[in-house]
Design a protein around this ligand. Structure first.
Ligand code: SF4
Ligand code: SF4
Length: 340
């Protein structure tokens, strides 16, 4: 294996994304001046995927990095970094986000209200594609695999898909789920220590949950979270309960404290905090005027410590910390630009 040191990123070198517009892309990052999200193939409906052609296109893009230039769509991307990169063709980063339907209706969800997307997304079964990747050895067993959505568990092929990946030996799978439908395959992945699960419950009470999710499933999600927590054997921090602060709805200490107490009591060790994307985008240039949200994040950390929970700061919570000069890495591609 030949390796060279230059500027590139894991997605550009060995990543692929199946997105909800029936497009196959290199990444989902769109926070850079080059625009990101290079396209490998449009109009993909689950059939006739020519891997030779996919890798040929990726090699054209990767070649630019090897000359010391930056591929035009990658210009300014925060994920570019200097490292040793090889010249092989394989996938070790995979994002499956071609699902758009969901069993809840979060008031902050951009997909739920995207009529264009709903009309233009044509669902397909990803299992044959993954089988082909496994059979050809294209997918590395230690690949980072992220399953987002929509809600993937409600699709009939979900269980087969996850069993296929787990049985193939994949051990770095991340599933984002509403938590409403219990998945035996997710429980199996947790038990085997090969999967991480994030469920954004966003509330410490049924009443607030229903205001955000618009479905009466608080008890069901709480019950499923306890079952998933109990499924963990060796690694006890693989289930993460998340809270997205929605200003005006759940932005108070009592709600956050109840959520963290419930999280601890259900056997979960891992929590994460974030802020409603729509609100952050609307207030992008005046985040400094909203110290109250920063204080809620501080309160969350203090209470998580008290409840012996590890707290992760997700993208917008990290941005808020950064505004208040707390140095936190900002990940993700949803925020176009933060102005000073
Ligand atoms: S836009 Fe960024 S994340 Fe996407 S391939 Fe380019 S460098 Fe990587
Ligand atoms: S669970 Fe996710 S996909 Fe479903 S409505 Fe909420 S944010 Fe949207």
């Amino acid at each position: 294996m030949i390796t060279n040191k230059f500027l590139s990123c894991d997605w550009l070198e060995h990543g692929i994304i199946f997105d909800h517009e029936n497009i196959i892309r290199v990444c989902c990052s769109q926070c850079n001046e080059g625009g990101g999200r290079p396209v490998l193939r449009g109009q993909f409906y689950g059939k006739d995927l020519d891997w030779h052609r996919i890798f040929e296109q990726k090699r054209e893009m990767r070649k630019v990095q090897r000359t010391g230039e930056v591929y035009h769509q990658c210009k300014g991307c925060i994920l570019l970094h200097e490292d040793e990169w090889d010249d092989e063709d394989y996938i070790n980063r995979l994002l499956l986000t071609h699902w758009i339907n969901c069993n809840c209706k979060c008031i902050y969800c951009p997909a739920i209200s995207d009529e264009y997307l709903k009309q233009h997304n044509k669902h397909y079964n990803i299992v044959p594609v993954l089988e082909d990747m496994c059979n050809q050895g294209i997918l590395k067993k230690n690949a980072y695999i992220s399953i987002a959505g929509g809600e993937s568990t409600i699709y009939p092929e979900f269980e087969d898909m996850l069993h296929l990946l787990l049985d193939y030996g994949c051990d770095n799978i991340l599933v984002n789920s509403s938590g409403i439908k219990y998945s035996p395959a997710i429980a199996k992945g947790l038990k085997e220590g090969k999967l991480q699960l994030t469920v954004s419950i966003d509330a410490g009470t049924k009443n607030t949950y229903e205001k955000i999710k618009l479905v009466p499933t608080y008890e069901k999600v709480s019950e499923n979270l306890s079952m998933y927590a109990a499924a963990q054997e060796t690694d006890k921090d693989r289930v993460c309960s998340k809270f997205i602060i929605v200003p005006g709805v759940n932005d108070n200490e009592e709600e956050i404290e109840n959520w963290l107490i419930n999280t601890h009591q259900s056997g979960i060790k891992h929590a994460s905090i974030d802020i409603d994307l729509r609100w952050v985008q609307k207030n992008l240039n005046s985040l400094k005027d909203h110290r109250r949200l920063y204080e809620l994040i501080l309160f969350t950390q203090k209470t998580a410590d008290r409840e012996s929970l590890y707290l992760r700061y997700d993208e917008r919570a990290s941005i808020m910390r950064k505004i208040y000069n707390v140095n936190t890495a900002v990940f993700g591609g949803t925020i176009q630009k933060i102005k000073d």
